[in-house]
Design a protein around this ligand. Structure first.
Ligand code: NAD
Length: 505
């Protein structure tokens, strides 16, 4: 492992020790764009000390299915900052996504992708767009908890947690505060997912009140994503959960025309990783023609993250000035807006020759005028009173008449628990279902205390039960030949219902 100090002297860090960075040169075009990026960092006076690590294809092919060796984890945990070039995941089964492994193992809860238009040098319909998408990175449907429950039904659990929401939402507001952004937009689908997306929205509203100087708004993800694609100039910082963020951040990069130019940061409480958003581009590897801008922008975010904002601004401004001057790599070269088609290394040299210059057409970078550091407080859990009110028992049943299973289950009386309703794919089919509702082999049967009201037209009334009643019920269902595939307990927390009602309940 080679280690060297890139530069000890910078204007703002003259007396500080260098920031240690684990540097992965990656695969494909990775080494070329990393060399170009490091050369610029060195010339600009970034006070960092790289320690090289190996990630990706060679590690996979050596028989390590995770793509990362044990010693590498140690270096990452010691250095805490990673600058990573793209890697190639070998074709074939059994290789785990290294990015997902890194994100989850290191608790990199926020994915931050700033994207701004570089018009007219990079074609886009939105010359004014300048958006930062902040995506939750660890939870949601990406928790990877999936099960096949019946022959016809598979399930993926969407996990949204209060600490997860608080961290990402606070990060978004702090980011806006530190980088002088004016508005944070939350995107959710809480008109449908009232508990999961509802929690994200609720936490957003709570935390927004602590930042009165920053505008806040919430949009439903479908119309929000459509508006973002149609009028990205109207957005500033967007914060959302994992799956929506995955989609929205790609939309934003695509419409800016700069998929090859954007960088991203994965931020955790202790570790942060910076990389380009594109892949290892094996089709152009080894030709010295790749555009290193994505990784350069990632490195700029890294410098800002470690507090070297003066150097970050200096590199960003020189990069913008180079784009303006028309020195472009092949991917963005065009007769009208380019002066010269340059190689990867020539592009880096052009940037170096402009260090200290400010762009004339673009708004210059001003991160050093930011306000302080992003601090995320530790989560503190409040105590709440949790009361058990019933149970949803999921049954694999191959019949197709809800009346038949409904009548059979209605006869079961286990320690005062009684069938309240049955849904199939969330739609109530018993009692009083609609003949037209399609039923699969997955029946959600809600059992509550006998005293609960059924179909009064009023909000349902639930009374507390004991866990022993559920155990007895399950035992009885099993004895009667029902194939129980899973249960979900129904709780209320501080008197607030902690489960959704069935459609039509
Ligand atoms: P890709 O982003 O590597 O390439 C897509 C197209 O864009 C190619 O035509 C490529 O030549 C071009 N391109 C990408 N980056 C460029 C650059 N900097 N300059 C000029 N042109 C550029 O996507 P892909 O082909 O789908 O994936 C290739 C490999 O990269 C796969 O093994 C994939 O798993 C991996 N990948 C890695 C990461 C990562 O490490 N973060 C991300 C995405 C894909």
């Amino acid at each position: 492992m080679k280690s060297s100090v890139l530069h000890q002297k910078s204007n703002e860090n003259l007396n500080e020790t260098a920031v240690k960075v684990a540097v992965a040169k990656g695969d494909g075009i990775g080494p070329e764009i990393m060399d170009a990026t490091l050369k610029i960092l060195e010339a600009a006076g970034a006070n960092i000390e790289p320690e090289y690590i190996q990630l990706g294809e060679q590690v996979y092919l050596s028989g390590n299915s995770a793509g990362i060796a044990k010693e590498t984890w140690e270096i990452i945990n010691k250095n805490k900052i990673i600058l990573k070039a793209p890697i190639t995941t070998p074709q074939g089964k059994g290789y785990k996504s290294l990015n997902v492994t890194l994100r989850k193992s290191l608790g990199l809860f926020a994915n931050v992708r700033p994207v701004s238009a570089l018009y007219p040098y990079v074609e886009t319909n939105f010359p004014q767009m300048d958006v930062v998408v902040i995506r939750e990175n660890e939870e949601d449907l990406y928790a990877g908890i999936e099960h096949q429950q019946t022959q016809d039904v598979v399930q993926c659990l969407k996990l949204i947690t209060r600490p997860g929401c608080e961290k990402i939402v606070r990060y978004a507001f702090e980011y806006a505060r530190v980088y002088g952004r004016k508005k944070v937009t939350c995107m959710v689908k809480d008109n449908i997912m009232k508990l999961t997306d509802g929690l994200f929205h609720q936490v957003f509203d709570e935390i927004a009140t602590e930042y009165p100087e920053i505008q806040n708004e919430t949009q439903i993800i479908d119309i929000g994503a459509a508006r973002l694609a149609a009028n990205p100039e109207n957005y500033d910082v967007v914060v959302t959960s994992n799956l929506y963020g995955d989609i929205v951040s790609d939309i934003v990069a695509e419409i800016a025309g700069s998929v090859g130019m954007a960088g991203s940061a994965n931020i955790g409480t202790n570790v942060a990783m910076f990389e380009a958003i594109h892949g290892s581009a094996p089709d152009i590897a080894g030709q010295n023609i790749a555009n290193p801008s994505g990784l350069i922008n990632a490195a700029i975010s890294m410098l800002a993250h470690v507090g070297q904002t003066v150097i970050a601004d200096k590199i960003k401004n020189a990069w913008l000035a180079t784009i303006e001057a028309g020195f472009h790599t092949a991917d963005i070269y065009g007769e009208d807006n380019s002066v010269k088609k340059v190689s990867t290394s020539e592009f880096a040299d052009e940037i170096i020759s402009r260090l200290g210059e400010k762009p004339k057409h673009f708004v210059g970078s001003n991160m050093s005028k930011g306000k302080g550091k992003i601090e995320i407080p530790e989560y503190t859990r409040k105590s709440e009173n949790k009361v058990l009110l019933g149970v949803d028992v999921f049954i694999d049943w191959k019949g197709n008449d809800p009346e038949e299973i409904g009548q059979a289950l209605s006869k079961i009386n286990a320690f005062k628990l009684k069938l309240k309703m049955i849904t199939n794919r969330g739609v109530k089919v018993f009692p009083e279902g609609m003949k037209e509702t399609y039923c699969t082999d997955h029946w959600r049967c809600r059992f509550v205390a006998k005293s609960a009201e059924i179909n009064t037209g009023e909000a349902p009334v639930y009374t507390p039960i004991n866990f022993e009643q559920i155990v007895a019920l399950l035992s009885k269902l099993h004895t009667k030949g029902f194939d129980v595939i899973k249960t979900e307990n129904l709780y209320e927390f501080d008197g607030k219902r902690g489960f959704s009602l069935g459609q039509g309940e």
